[in-house]
Design a protein around this ligand. Structure first.
Ligand SMILES: NC(=O)C1=CN([C@@H]2O[C@H](COP(=O)(O)OP(=O)(O)OC[C@H]3O[C@@H](n4cnc5c(N)ncnc54)[C@H](O)[C@@H]3O)[C@@H](O)[C@H]2O)C=CC1
Ligand SMILES: O=C(O)C1=N[C@H](C(=O)O)C[C@H](O)C1
Length: 266
């Protein structure tokens, strides 16, 4: 069987570095090129930390897809670029596996329509860690019985978007099983703006950003005389790589856009 030909966008980032390692060390995958925000024309092996990985770097994704035969794009860049990168992949018949966050519900509807028109598989996964997927699934189960819920997500202080893609996805999954509900005291006030966090259909989402953190989330449910906390911690970015691999395998078998690895992991 021929190897899956992969391009990684964002190879020098926290996640991109791990993805380059994972793809390079997986027998059934071959890394053909990287798309970076700089270093056009260089080889990845010329950059510290990538010795022996002799693939070209492009800053122009169109050019990358024109000059190389590519099956799958793994995009781990920045919220401002995820959508554009997916559109470029679709235009070139390349299947995107996207961990980049920052997509709106409208973006996802639009991108799914394009994927289906073209019969190209695509995956947007706000979180690739199996433990995080379970946290979201368990939270959805719990919300049926304990509909008062607040989400606290904690991340490193280099993160661009808040709330995290995982927190938004968790709130979306919970909202599938609970009625919209105002929480807290009906007359509560914020003495400092933002004190009660972001409001997603009445659920509150709180974002903590500190050096030393990687990616962590608690989903706290409150009921009469009790609370339930479901917590997940990624303490290392290797936690995401089995999910990235699974998504690459899955994206070759689908012809629509899947949003969330919970649809892939039964
Ligand atoms: N789905 C998941 O499981 C995870 C998703 N993420 C998301 O992945 C994204 C990247 O996260 P990190 O690696 O921590 O960020 P990072 O800032 O460490 O790395 C991003 C890299 O992308 C590059 N880049 C930026 N714009 C680009 C462009 N237009 N073309 C090519 N390269 C570009 C930057 O130069 C940088 O090297 C974020 O949106 C983050 O929320 C992060 C961790 C896990
Ligand atoms: O930026 C990060 O680091 C992460 N981003 C994703 C998100 O926004 O949910 C996934 C994970 O939480 C790490």
């Amino acid at each position: 069987m021929s190897k899956v030909k992969i391009v990684v966008a964002g190879p020098r980032g926290n996640m991109g570095k791990e993805a380059v390692k994972m793809v390079s060390s997986t027998d059934e995958f071959t890394l053909v090129a990287a798309v970076d925000s700089k270093h056009a024309g260089m080889m990845l092996s010329e950059i510290e930390g990538f010795q022996g990985i002799d693939i070209p770097i492009y800053t122009d994704m169109q050019q990358c897809f024109k000059e190389n035969e590519v099956d799958v794009l793994i995009d781990l860049t920045a919220p401002a670029f995820g959508k554009k990168h997916m559109q470029t992949a679709f235009e070139n018949g390349v299947r995107p596996v996207v961990g980049t966050t920052g997509f709106t519900e409208e973006d996802i509807i639009e991108l799914r329509a394009t994927a289906e028109e073209q019969g190209i598989g695509a995956i947007i996964a706000p979180n690739f860690a199996i433990g995080a997927i379970l946290m979201m699934k368990f939270s959805q189960m719990a919300a049926k019985y304990l509909p008062d819920v607040e989400i606290i997500e904690r991340h490193h202080d280099r993160k661009l978007d808040a709330p995290s893609g995982t927190a938004i996805k968790t709130a979306q999954l919970i909202s599938e099983v609970r009625e919209q509900k105002a929480q807290g005291h009906p007359n509560e006030t914020e003495e400092l703006a933002g004190a009660r966090g972001a409001n997603f259909e009445g659920m509150r989402i709180h974002s903590v950003r500190l050096p030393g953190l990687v990616a962590h989330q608690e989903v706290i449910f409150g009921g009469v005389g009790q609370t339930l906390t479901i917590r997940h911690d990624s303490i290392d970015r290797t936690s995401f790589m089995p999910g990235v691999k699974l998504a690459v395998d899955a994206v070759l078998r689908i012809d629509t856009l899947v949003y969330g690895l919970e649809h892939i992991i039964e």
